[in-house]
Design a protein around this ligand. Structure first.
Ligand SMILES: *Cc1c(COP(=O)(O)O)cnc(C)c1O
Length: 338
């Protein structure tokens, strides 16, 4: 099987397994795990911000950020296809007591400054007030598009002008950095917090980082405990996480493999293939006369796994555990499947 369902399916490398074995550990709830402390320091540096917090999942990182930035009953501005809105079980309502206002970020999933300004609600006797703007880069549902730093800056500046803080769901922000040939920190210059995943293209078995200012992270640490995410000798996981931070430039290989896959599928029996900007390839199956489900079943019979994104949209995702040869074989097999 060539598993292109997600960049989360990678197995930890030998080096990562070894680092789990040898990591220096302590009780991280007491702040005494040296490996976690090092990981948090290095993650903050990578993102060009003051402090960072190790969290078990990206979802928890986003949910903590929403809770810490806002007051219950406020509104949060999110893009209508964003992960925080679509794929986190309505957690914004459950964990932070927020009402969601969606903005249509168009083909690339990024709201314009005008949309941010007009989506703002001022608190008064009848209206809840806007507490946070959340952006996403790369945008998963739009096909891993790498939004430019300027577009992120523009939306964030519009929010700041009306006194609204900004969180960046940067689960794959390192992919965006590689695609734009800038440092990941370039995307955080105008945001108040960012979450990024160690467990996707960077290849760690577990974990994400929530990064921001010192005060924000101090409050986030309390909220992580509240959510049941205070962990003990978790240096065993932070060790592989540290190695994951060295994998940023390796993401270029995944992007190249996604292009090879997309090229290999481009003229295949009625498929419309979106040109990948990072490691995600979206395939529309409608003109091939198939639902995404039927298409993926045929692919699976030919040894290729993907995921369904919509009735006629399937997603393939390249990652550390698939080679250039694998994606070439996958493209051939998908064509045969059709
Ligand atoms: C994967 C992902 C998350 C959540 O990360 P988990 O570790 O799976 O909880 C959040 N946002 C985006 C854009 C993602 O792709």
């Amino acid at each position: 099987m060539i598993d292109l369902r997600s960049d989360t399916v990678t197995k930890p490398s030998e080096e990562m397994r070894e680092s789990a074995h040898t990591a220096d550990v302590g009780d991280d709830v007491y702040g005494e795990d040296p490996t976690v402390n090092e990981l948090e320091t290095r993650a903050a540096e990578l993102m060009g911000m003051e402090a960072a917090l190790y969290v078990p999942t990206g979802t928890m990182g986003n949910q903590i950020a929403a809770r810490v930035h806002t007051k219950r009953g406020q509104e949060i501005l999110v893009e209508r296809e964003s992960h925080v809105f679509k794929w986190e079980l309505g957690g914004l309502a459950q964990h932070a007591g927020l009402q969601v206002r969606t903005l249509d970020g168009g083909e690339r999933g990024v709201p314009t400054p005008e949309q941010v300004t007009s989506g703002y609600v001022e608190e008064d006797a009848h209206r809840p007030g806007t507490g946070l703007l959340s952006l996403e880069n790369t945008h998963n549902s739009k096909g891993g598009v790498a939004i430019s730093p300027e577009k992120i800056d523009a939306a964030a500046e519009a929010a700041h002008e009306i006194g609204v803080p900004v969180h960046l769901d940067g689960a794959r922000v390192c992919n965006a950095a590689v695609a734009h040939d800038v440092s990941p920190a370039r995307f955080t210059e105008n945001v108040d917090s960012v979450m990024f995943c160690l467990s996707k293209g960077l290849g760690a078995p577990v974990g994400s980082m929530l990064v921001g200012g010192e005060d924000f992270i101090a409050r986030a640490r309390r909220t992580r405990k509240l959510f049941g995410g205070g962990m003990r000798q978790v240096g065993l996981l932070a060790g592989p996480g540290l190695l994951a931070l060295d994998n940023v430039s390796r993401l270029a290989d995944d992007h190249e493999n996604a292009r090879i896959l997309a090229d290999g599928l481009a003229d295949a029996g009625g498929l419309s293939v979106q040109r990948p900007e990072t490691n995600i390839v979206l395939v529309n199956t409608e003109k091939a006369g198939l639902t995404a489900d039927e298409f993926l079943t045929a692919c699976e019979e030919m040894g290729v796994l993907g995921t369904q994104f919509d009735t006629h949209v399937a997603r393939f995702c390249t990652h550390w555990d698939v080679s250039e040869e694998d994606v070439e074989v996958a493209a051939g097999n998908v064509r045969d499947a059709l």
